[in-house]
Design a protein around this ligand. Structure first.
Ligand code: UM3
Length: 124
């Protein structure tokens, strides 16, 4: 559905920033992208690649998602990522994150008539 692809764009897409060694990246971006409302989202990965590259992952062969559904796809190439993980000391509403800069293949779930990513399943 329409809102799910918008949610993926909001939560996982950041083509504007390249991977930088900014320790505040996750703290700022998790808040800016509305993942610190109600709870601190514990884990979230941002993708620093153009939308066309990430959308194209849906054209790779189907693989099984973590939840058992068959609509996951793995990128053939490693992509630039920032993985954000909540710190032990983080307490809502002061959500605190540690950033890891990675270049890894991603696995996303895709849906829709225009078949595009709707969920970030994992990196490998
Ligand atoms: N998640 C990431 N990166 C990981 C693992 C999980 O962003 O390496 C996100 C995806 C899910 C949520 O949110 O954590 C629960 O698995 P989403 O379905 O909105 O993409």
């Amino acid at each position: 559905r329409f809102w799910r692809l918008h949610k993926f764009q909001r939560q996982h897409m950041d083509p504007e920033h390249l991977t930088t060694n900014n320790t505040q990246y996750c703290n700022l971006m998790m808040k800016a992208r509305n993942m610190t409302k109600g709870i601190c989202k514990p884990v979230n990965t941002f993708i620093h690649e153009p939308k066309e590259i990430v959308d194209a992952v849906c054209q790779e062969a189907n693989i099984t998602c973590k939840n058992g559904q068959p609509n996951c796809h793995q990128s053939s190439l490693p992509l630039n990522l920032t993985h954000c993980r909540q710190t032990g000391a983080s307490k809502y509403p002061n959500c605190q994150y540690r950033a890891s800069y990675l270049t890894k293949q991603i696995i996303v779930a895709c849906e829709g008539k225009v078949y595009v990513p709707v969920h970030f399943d994992a990196y490998v």
